[in-house]
Design a protein around this ligand. Structure first.
Ligand code: ZN
Length: 150
């Protein structure tokens, strides 16, 4: 896990310093605001979903701790261009990854680059920071009845 920890730190620092897709999306089809009162993280997620149910564009704004910013940044990279069904699957996998039992080996194979967040499961306070953007994305998509393709 020490290699993963190092990767975690460098990746979080990089994405916190240079957040990807940190901008409004106009026009967008969905948006939601997220707030994590435990840490004070705020994030707004805007998404443009195409007619065939693909995330054409996604951006986020807001301010928060390094973990919440890096997680939002990596989330936008991970879901951009994906069909909504895959976004849903990725949400579930990411959620399992960061909320899993710290004593068990995390299943990092299924989440790609997002595996760097595996270490978060050891810090319950940080789980909410890491999942804030994902919950906000989900709220945005569920805010419109037409968002689900399945
Ligand atoms: Zn936070």
């Amino acid at each position: 896990m020490s290699e993963l920890r190092e990767l975690y730190q460098t990746t979080i620092l990089d994405h916190n310093k240079k957040p990807r897709n940190f901008h409004p999306v106009e026009p967008h089809t969905h948006e939601a605001d997220g707030y994590n009162p435990l840490c004070g993280d705020r994030v707004k997620v805007q998404i443009a979903v195409s007619g065939d149910g693909t995330v054409e564009d996604i951006g986020f704004q807001g301010s928060g701790c390094a973990i919440s910013t890096a997680s939002a940044s990596m989330m936008t990279e991970a879901v951009k261009g994906k069909p909504l069904g895959e976004v849903e699957t990725l949400f579930e996998r990411f959620h399992d990854l960061v909320t899993g039992d710290p004593m068990t080996e995390p299943d990092t194979d299924r989440v790609g680059k997002l595996m760097v967040f595996a270490g978060v499961r050891e810090f319950p306070m940080r789980v909410k920071c890491a999942t804030l953007a994902w919950h906000t994305l989900k709220s945005a998509l569920e805010g419109s009845g037409s968002a689900r393709t399945e």
